[in-house]
Write a protein that binds this ligand. Structure first.
Ligand SMILES: [Zn+2]
Length: 201
């Protein structure tokens, strides 16, 4: 086959008038891309063994791979730090208390609903509650799970009245009985009492 030496001499920057979106790209990058394409097409038509042009992919570049490894190492570090913290905290709780009451939230449904993605679920036995559970068990203690519908937040820990609604923005629990306390403290007292009730049941 006759070698076609003629290549397009016009620089791609000249097309910027006709195609305004090309203005976003710098001229050098365009020229480079043009050279790559020309070479790919020339090779495709002149050397049958070359086959279809493989378009340059950023995923294959050495820089991309290097950055990817860097990010992966960083994520692993964070994962290890979190795991370490969870081990220390569950150890302290298991040492200090005879029983711990937690809410049996339907975590899987929550995560699915909130679109957190797979990574959140990927912690198997690195899971904090699992750690706490077996550390308590090793000491002959228990992890009590309250019913998922137990109204720990809506219930007044002083008089027992249950609110119909409680917005997440209400950080202080107010009850007509005169109880005003931090929302989380109120819920924690309810959890402690419910945990004790379940243990004695
Ligand atoms: Zn009350």
């Amino acid at each position: 086959m006759k070698k076609q030496k003629k290549t397009i001499k016009i620089t791609p920057a000249a097309y910027k008038k006709e195609y305004p979106w090309l203005k976003e790209v710098d001229s050098l990058a365009l020229a480079n891309e043009q050279l790559h394409l020309e070479r790919a097409y020339r090779k495709f038509f002149e050397e049958s063994k070359t086959g279809f042009p493989k378009f340059k992919s950023k995923h294959g570049s050495r820089y991309y791979q290097k950055q990817k490894r860097k990010v992966a190492r960083c994520h692993e570090k964070v994962r290890n730090q979190r795991k370490d913290y969870h081990h220390k905290l569950s150890f302290r709780l298991a040492e200090e208390y005879d029983a711990v009451a937690v809410e049996d939230l339907d975590l899987k449904a929550m995560i699915r609903g909130l679109n957190f993605g797979k990574s959140v679920m990927d912690n198997g036995d690195g899971n904090f509650l699992n750690m706490l559970s077996y550390k308590l068990e090793q000491r002959g203690k228990v992890l009590v799970k309250t019913d998922r519908f137990y109204p720990s937040s809506k219930k007044c820990s002083k008089c027992g009245k249950v609110k119909e609604t409680l917005a997440l923005s209400e950080r202080t629990y107010h009850c007509s009985c005169g109880n005003h306390m931090d929302r989380d403290v109120n819920a924690a007292i309810n959890m402690r009492e419910e945990g004790k009730r379940l243990l004695c049941a």
